[in-house]
Structure formats: structure tokens, C-alpha cells
Design a protein around this ligand. Structure first.
Ligand code: HEM
Ligand SMILES: *[C@@H]1O[C@H](CO)[C@@H](O)[C@H](O)[C@H]1NC(C)=O
Ligand SMILES: *[C@@H]1O[C@H](CO)[C@@H](O)[C@H](O)[C@H]1NC(C)=O
Length: 334
């Protein structure tokens, strides 16, 4: 009996050791992201970013939308490694920034460089541009949606930014629901998370060229996309000329363009999704259920889901530990 107890105790001790040891062994490879990563090395980092973002967004709320989108475009191409911030070098190959999915359209670059410069003054070579961008997207969600999620940090910056990888990785606004699901699945995100993150289209703007096919040349027999509400279509046509030389922008959610919330899903159900990829979420059987749940859920419940999905998106293929570098300037490799 005694021997049996002893064996049981030893077994339990052994299990405990494994449980304690496994994360340590894992950490020896490339450590996971951590909350409060800069608590010791740069305690002011997160608050410097927050102040910089607050100031910029109070002048122009659209910058908050821009920062959230910038983080998404960073994470989907080579992971969240700040590659979207790198400028093409003269004479060299084009960087992500110059891809039509990013240029023109992406905004918020100046806010990131400003925060970086302020941080470099107090703690040089310590805080990555990829982390600053993740903090800035979180702060924008807080300001525009009162969505307050802690975001783990410790991302390192990459040194490659490739035009072609944008084409391969970012979803185009004309994908079907099934294609969107596949695109996000390749990044480890579920269909539910894809629908939840699409709620970011409750803020910001889009250029007419991103959706004008829905107004004028939908297909051979119908000029207008039949899933688009008629009144909404008429107001969009008023802003977006048929063959306009210029490319104006419209608010993605005309009712509350600066409020990040789940109203977006109710709009989709009313045929007022702006992009094909927005409207299809409410039309396709593969995603309609998630749209319904998000439309009906309390704002705070959706906000919680959005925060968790942002944290997950923010951990896609990150560089940590000794990988990559801490860039001195966010638009240039060291
Ligand atoms: C589901 C696939 C997605 C597609 C196809 C898509 C596509 C687009 C397009 C075409 C625009 C307008 C760009 C322009 O015309 O200049 C846009 C804007 C925007 N997107 Fe997405 N997007 C997707 C998912 C996301 C996600 C996951 C986020 C963030 C979590 C996001 C955040 C935004 C924001 C905030 C804007 C407005 C940006 C601004 O006003 O500067 N999008 N998106
Ligand atoms: C055009 O779209 C309508 C509505 O979705 C559809 O019924 C019709 O078959 C389409 N026509 C062509 C030529 O694709
Ligand atoms: C990019 O970074 C890797 C390490 O992450 C390094 O081995 C490589 O030399 C760097 N390339 C350039 C062009 O700086």
C-alpha cells in the first residue's frame, strides 16, 4: 500500500514537473508574446503611444480607422512584423506600401513614426515598430469603440517588405464568403473571427473604385447588385460618378462613421453593406448565422469578441526573442 502511494506521489510530481517545464522549454525557442512586455525596459511605451494616438484621432477620427487597418495589413503579410511600414528604396523592388491595396488608402503612418520618435528619446532601440502598431490599433479601438483589450507584446521587426506578398495574402473586396473564410483560415482565424473583425468596417472610408462595380456594371444582365439596398445605391451613385477621373471616398458606415460598433451587422441585414465582401457575409449561408448573432448581441458582448479576435490577429506569425530586429526608424530597416 505504501509503495503504491509513493508511486502515485512520484507520478504526480513528475506530471507537475512536465507542466511547469514545458512552457519553459517552449520559451527557449522563440518566446510567446507577453502582457506588460515593456514594464521594465520602457515603462512609458504604451502611454506614449496612447497619447500620440489620442491627439491624432481627436484631430481626425479617420486616423483611428487607418491605424486599425494598418495593423490588419501588417499582420496578414509576413505576420505582424511592421513590414507594411517599410518604404520602397529608390531603384529597389517595390515594398508592400506601394501595392494598390495599400496606396492610396492606408493612413496613419505619421502617427506611428511620431510615437516611435518619442519612444526612442526615452528608451532607444527597445520598442519595436510592430508593437507600436499593435498598441496604436488597440488605442484606436478604445477611442472609437470603447473596446479596451490588453495586448501582449514582444514582437520584433522584420526586414523584408514585398509587393507580391500583398497580392498573395490580402483579401480583395470582391471575394466570396467561402474565399474569405479560406483566406482567414490560412492565418489561423475562424469564420466567426473573420465576421467579427469585418465589424471594423463600421468606421472609416472607402474609395468609389473599391465598390463601384456594384453600382454600374454588376453583370451582363443587371447593372446594379441586387443585394444592395436601392436607396443606399442611389446615394452612392450620387457620390461616385460613372467614369469619374477622380476617385472620391464615402463613409463605410454612413450612420455612425466614427463609432466602432455592431451596428454594422444590422446594416448588412438591411442591404447596406458597402463592399461586396461586406454584403456577402449576410447573404452566404456560411456566414449569415454569425452576422445574425453579432447583430443581436449586446454591444459589449460583440466588443469583447472583437478584442479577442484583434489579439489573435495581432499574434499571426510574429517574430520574437532573437528573431528580426528593433528598427530605429519605422520606415527603414537598420
Ligand atoms: C474581410 C476582408 C476584408 C476586405 C476585403 C477589406 C477590404 C477593405 C477595403 C477595400 C477598404 C477600403 C479601402 C479604400 O477604398 O481605400 C477597407 C477599409 C477598411 N478596412 Fe477592411 N477589409 C477586410 C477586413 C478588414 C479587417 C479584418 C479590418 C481590421 C480589423 C479592416 C479594417 C478596415 C478599416 C478600419 C477600413 C477604413 C480605413 C480608413 O478609413 O482609412 N478590414 N477594407
Ligand atoms: C446577374 O445577376 C443576377 C442576380 O444575381 C442573376 O440572376 C443573373 O443570372 C446574373 N446574370 C449573369 C449573366 O451572370
Ligand atoms: C534580415 O534579417 C535576418 C535575421 O532576421 C538577417 O539574417 C538578414 O541578414 C537580414 N537581411 C537584411 C537585408 O538586412
Amino acid at each position: 500500500m505504501k509503495g503504491y502511494r509513493r508511486a502515485l506521489l512520484d507520478g504526480m510530481l513528475f506530471l507537475l514537473m512536465i507542466m511547469l517545464f514545458v512552457p519553459v522549454v517552449h520559451a527557449a525557442g522563440s518566446p510567446p508574446l507577453r502582457f506588460g512586455f515593456y514594464t521594465r525596459s520602457c515603462p512609458g511605451a504604451e502611454s506614449i503611444v496612447r497619447r500620440t494616438v489620442r491627439r491624432a484621432v481627436s484631430h481626425n477620427p479617420g486616423i483611428g480607422a487607418g491605424l486599425i487597418r494598418l495593423h490588419f495589413h501588417d499582420c496578414f503579410v509576413r505576420g505582424c512584423d511592421g513590414s507594411v511600414l517599410l518604404k520602397s528604396l529608390p531603384g529597389g523592388p517595390k515594398a508592400e506600401r506601394d501595392h494598390p491595396a495599400n496606396n492610396p488608402g492606408l493612413r496613419g503612418f505619421n502617427v506611428i513614426s511620431k510615437a516611435k520618435r518619442r519612444i526612442e528619446r526615452t528608451c532607444p532601440n527597445t520598442v519595436s515598430c510592430a508593437d507600436i502598431l499593435a498598441f496604436a490599433a488597440r488605442d484606436s479601438s478604445q477611442i472609437l469603440g470603447r473596446i479596451n483589450y490588453p495586448i501582449p507584446a514582444g514582437r520584433r521587426d522584420g526586414n523584408v517588405s514585398s509587393f507580391n506578398e500583398v497580392t498573395q495574402n490580402l483579401p480583395s473586396p470582391r471575394l466570396s464568403a467561402d474565399q474569405l473564410i479560406q483566406n482567414f483560415a490560412r492565418k489561423g482565424l475562424s469564420a466567426d473571427e473573420m465576421v467579427t473583425l469585418s465589424g471594423a468596417h463600421s468606421i472609416g472610408r472607402a474609395r468609389c473604385s473599391s465598390f463601384s462595380d456594384r453600382l454600374y456594371n454588376f453583370n451582363g444582365t443587371q447593372a446594379q447588385d441586387p443585394t444592395l439596398d436601392r436607396n443606399y445605391a442611389a446615394s452612392l451613385r450620387a457620390t461616385c460618378p460613372v467614369n469619374g477621373g477622380s476617385d472620391p471616398t464615402v463613409a463605410m458606415d454612413p450612420a455612425t462613421p466614427n463609432r466602432l460598433d455592431n451596428r454594422y451587422y444590422a446594416e448588412l441585414r438591411a442591404g447596406r453593406g458597402l463592399l461586396t465582401t461586406d454584403q456577402t457575409l449576410a447573404e452566404s449561408p456560411a456566414t449569415r448565422g454569425y452576422v445574425d448573432v453579432n447583430a443581436r448581441s449586446y454591444g459589449v458582448a460583440w466588443a469583447g469578441k472583437f478584442g479577442r479576435a484583434m489579439v489573435k490577429m495581432g499574434s499571426i506569425d510574429v517574430l520574437t526573442g532573437n528573431q528580426g530586429e528593433i528598427r530605429r526608424s519605422c520606415s527603414l530597416v537598420n
